[in-house]
Design a protein. Structure first.
Lengths: 319, 283
């Protein structure tokens, strides 16, 4: 393992320091390098690394919000959470929310990127407009959508009824069966521009020759998408996909400010459940909240490993 | 499956136009609606048939926002500014050092260290908010601006390091070597050559650190209690949770909060695609 790490650092180094490869520089670089890294590393270790481990530590104790004492209970909290009724449905909702949101974000983002990749008048303005939801603070997006969903200001229902798409007003956030679709709509609205813009950046370097060659070979529009466009954007697509999945899986603010996990538990995903356990539910049990948070960790690690694979392989082919 | 080229062209134009029209309506209408609401007279806000235009724009909602005694909007704005600016300066300063080290120096494990920094940025607040709350409570840093600045550094520092590492990497090392041949020290070459060339990247990193801190919700929600350290999103969220919706003030506040974030985002956005996808995209 160590050797591989050193090799990798070396191939990377060749690129940056082509002219400075004399052997005696190495130790000096190491000292200076670590010295310059220290402040940033201190922040990262102190505020990311340590709290991650501390979350696990808390989850193995009983820690209530207002109580200083923290008796050790081992995996008891995990047993409680995994055997009580609400964890598994919450996990299911989180997966559903994530899969549906991300799938819609990718499809809408891809279609938009393809349209923006053609040249037409006003394209620059349209590109900026598409970015808008992504650039807005999540709070502003949520306030906007609460306003659209709200039944006293009723604009969304009004438009949909006038367009004959629905017959009766929909209680977007108040009815269990509509709450999940509603939070997904807002999540997709905020998140699809990220795909549109990264995929657009991934599309533009694909040489036109490839499309022309495919045309000559008789490939239709869909075949060209499948065999030229998709392979061309694949690395970018995978990176964007993993990032978006991590962010969506851990979405808190959109769901919390739209429904607070309700009605009932209809939109209680794991992040919402973690917050409720720690800061809302009866005993304000921080360790139970930590259990929920720690249980999302394997998903995160899996996603990070996928991401690592795609970014590292990119960097290696680049150098 | 193969359509004639002429038909294909038509299909593309029609499908593309329809699609973009749909997308632009979906994107622009909600934004227009909230902006319009903030300028409407309160009596026009909750009416049976929604008004898609107002002929008498008024600033009543904006005035109301600043005169709500329990909201203390001015204080919230000031807190948000203080916290976001401090976080930005702290993270950019640390990230310049670390980014230079990762991009320019050759030491064992630096590639891995670079990836570790990126993954630190991805560590979800949902995992960290409980331990960070306990740590901050221990040091009596809950409900304090300093506490939030420290906590925000947990994601702005990794983000800026990752972005600047990439940016420094793309500045040709030959420029620096020339300066060193002309008698500059390495640090001198960095200060005189690399940093000025990297200033757009440094500005972009700062812009994003600022918007990340400005927009942040969960940590501020958990860690603050009073107007002493509460930020704009927290104050406005407490507004949402009131029984009576004050849509005018709420939309005015949400819009005011969005303006700096959106303006800065558009100034810096062309750097972020390259930054986030780790050079997988040439921005």
């Amino acid at each position: 393992m160590e050797r591989r790490g050193v090799d990798r650092a070396d191939t990377g180094g060749m690129r940056g320091l082509a002219g400075l490869k004399s052997g005696e520089r190495l130790p000096k670089d190491t000292v200076l390098g670590f010295a310059l890294m220290v402040p940033a590393l201190a922040v990262i270790i102190g505020l990311v690394g340590y709290p991650t481990l501390y979350a696990i530590w808390i989850s193995l104790h009983t820690k209530l919000l207002a109580v200083k004492n923290m008796p050790f209970v081992g995996i008891e909290n995990y047993i409680t959470v995994l055997t009580q009724g609400s964890f598994w449905p919450a996990l299911g909702r989180t997966v559903y929310f994530t899969v549906v949101s991300v799938a819609l974000k990718v499809c809408i983002g891809m279609a938009t990127a393809l349209a923006l990749n053609e040249s037409w008048p006003g394209r620059g303005l349209a590109r900026a407009a598409v970015l808008l939801p992504w650039a807005l603070p999540p709070l502003t997006a949520v306030v906007t959508w609460r306003f659209l969903f709200n039944d006293t200001t009723n604009v969304l229902n009004y438009i949909l009824i006038k367009a004959h798409l629905i017959e009766k007003p929909i209680l977007w956030l108040a009815k269990a069966e509509y709450a999940m679709p509603s939070v997904i709509i807002v999540s997709v609205w905020q998140g699809f521009p990220f795909f549109a813009i990264t995929l657009l950046a991934g599309l533009s370097p694909i040489p036109n020759d490839l499309f022309d060659a495919a045309k000559v070979d008789g490939a239709g529009i869909f075949q060209r998408f499948r065999y030229v466009t998709l392979p061309g954007v694949f690395p970018v697509l995978m990176v964007a996909l993993t990032l978006s999945t991590i962010w969506t899986f851990n979405q808190f603010v959109v769901i919390w400010l739209l429904t607070q996990g309700g009605p009932g538990e209809a939109t209680t995903t794991l992040p919402i459940a973690a917050y409720q356990q720690a800061f809302v539910a009866g005993s304000r049990n921080l360790s139970m909240g930590a259990v929920y948070a720690v249980l999302t960790f394997p998903v995160l690690v899996a996603l990070v490993l996928i991401l690592n694979h795609f970014i590292v392989s990119r960097e290696e082919t680049a150098s | 499956m193969t359509l004639g080229l002429k038909w294909e062209r038509r299909f593309k134009v029609i499908a593309g136009t329809l699609w973009m029209a749909f997308i632009l309506i979906c994107v622009l209408f909600p934004t227009y609606w909230i902006a319009l609401a903030s300028f409407k007279h309160p009596k026009d806000l909750a009416v049976r048939i929604p008004l898609f235009w107002t002929s008498e724009p008024t600033l009543i909602s904006y005035k109301g926002l600043f005169t709500q005694p329990f909201l203390q909007f001015e204080k919230l704005t000031l807190n948000s500014l203080t916290i976001s600016l401090s976080t930005t300066f702290l993270s950019v300063a640390l990230a310049v050092f670390a980014g230079l080290a990762l991009a320019r120096l050759r030491f064992p494990g630096r590639q891995r260290l670079g990836m570790a920094v990126f993954f630190a940025y991805l560590a979800p607040p949902v995992l960290l908010f409980i331990p960070l709350y306990v740590v901050m409570a221990t040091f009596r840093l809950t409900d304090s601006k300093l506490g939030l600045i420290l906590v925000y550094s947990s994601f702005t520092v990794p983000f800026c390091v990752w972005m600047l590492r990439g940016y420094f990497h793309n500045i040709p090392v030959e420029l620096e070597e020339c300066a060193m041949i002309d008698g500059c020290t390495r640090l001198g070459a960095w200060v005189r050559i690399v940093l000025p060339l990297a200033s757009p990247g440094i500005a972009a990193a700062g812009i994003f650190a600022f918007t990340l801190a400005w927009n942040e919700f969960l940590y501020a929600y958990v860690l603050t209690e009073t107007a002493n350290a509460q930020t704009m999103p927290i104050g406005l969220a407490s507004f949402i949770q009131l029984d009576v919706y004050r849509w005018g003030e709420l939309s005015a506040g949400a819009l005011l909060m969005a303006i700096p974030a959106v303006v800065l985002y558009f100034l810096g956005q062309r750097f972020v695609v390259a930054g986030l996808t780790g050079g997988a995209v040439k921005g």
